[in-house]
Design a protein around this ligand. Structure first.
Ligand code: PMP
Length: 289
């Protein structure tokens, strides 16, 4: 496997960065997870824009232009003869001193990994996922805007561990008001009486690219879409529920906190949105050839 590392394509074994890199020492950096479908890098421009915004928010200067990043992402896929897969793009503050200060850090480290991914077993796309709310809260937006996709994922990781320890694959995370924020790596949606609801971004959700795509698809087929604060109760009494994310795509959710959603099977509208999303992915991005 060839990894893009600071302008070069190197073998996985040789893809090494400094132990003084502040991405490692402090999680000081930003990243994107991007999908490759049938030779098409899905929504590449949207991902690169979000990366730029994350970097700007943490005062991290981007070492390359958007066009250079786009070419490096595509070339990493080509170097690995990948037609379908998942691309992880990381920009860190770079090597520096042991102290917190980013002064003296640099140059930024740019890493691109193109590989395969299977987040959840296929069976769960047919029968649905069960999730549980956990004690660890989504980080407060006044501490770190949830829109920043930074290398600091510890609270999401803790939430994931808490869910796994009690037998669930995914955790539902609340914000400090007790409202639904998102899952550890996915946005949350419900359907109630034909309307699609998802928490607003200020509830503590990442501005998910799959989230936006699904909202567009739903509006396009005449479904009303509302961004509205949601409680656990709203999820418990929903007709349908599903999660969205680059890695997970659109996955039905059939149980929340031990309460079956609807009749406990993936909902009809959810299935429709999954089909429409899958149809759309090969047409909306940058082609490798
Ligand atoms: N929330 C979090 C915390 C995430 O890490 C992700 C995955 N990047 C998402 C939501 C889903 O966002 P996207 O659809 O852009 O992958």
């Amino acid at each position: 496997m060839k990894i893009y590392l600071n302008g070069e394509y190197v073998e996985k074994e040789d893809a090494k960065i400094s132990v003084f890199d502040h991405g490692l020492l402090y999680g000081d950096g930003v990243f994107e997870g991007i999908r490759l479908y049938d030779g098409c890098v899905y929504k590449l421009d949207e991902h690169l824009e979000r990366l730029e915004h994350s970097a700007k928010a943490i005062l991290l200067e981007m070492p390359m232009s958007r066009a250079e990043f786009a070419e490096a992402v595509c070339e990493t896929c080509r170097q690995n003869n990948l037609r379908n897969g998942y691309v992880r793009l990381i920009v860190t503050r770079g090597p520096g001193h042991l102290g917190l200060t980013p002064d003296g850090c640099g140059p930024q480290s740019v890493i691109i990994i193109a590989d395969n991914i299977q987040l959840y077993p296929q069976e769960l796309y047919e029968n649905g996922l069960k999730i549980i709310s956990v004690p660890t809260r989504r980080i407060n937006s006044s501490a770190l805007p949830p829109a920043v996709k930074s290398l600091n994922y510890l609270n999401n990781i803790l939430a994931k561990i808490e869910a796994k320890r009690v037998g669930f694959l995914e955790a539902l995370m609340l914000n400090d008001k007790g409202e639904i924020a998102e899952c550890t790596g996915d946005n949350v949606f419900i359907i109630r009486k034909g309307t699609l609801y998802t928490p607003p971004l200020d509830a503590g959700s990442l501005r998910g690219i799959t989230r936006a795509a699904v909202m567009d698809i739903a509006s396009g087929i005449g479904i009303a879409v509302k961004e509205q604060a949601l409680t656990r109760y709203d999820l418990w009494i929903a007709d349908e529920c599903f999660l969205t994310g680059t890695a997970a795509e659109v996955i039905p959710c059939v149980e929340v906190d031990h309460r079956p959603i609807g009749d406990g099977k993936p909902g009809e509208l959810t299935r429709k949105l999954i089909d429409l999303f899958r149809d759309s992915v090969k047409m909306d991005g940058v082609r490798l050839d």
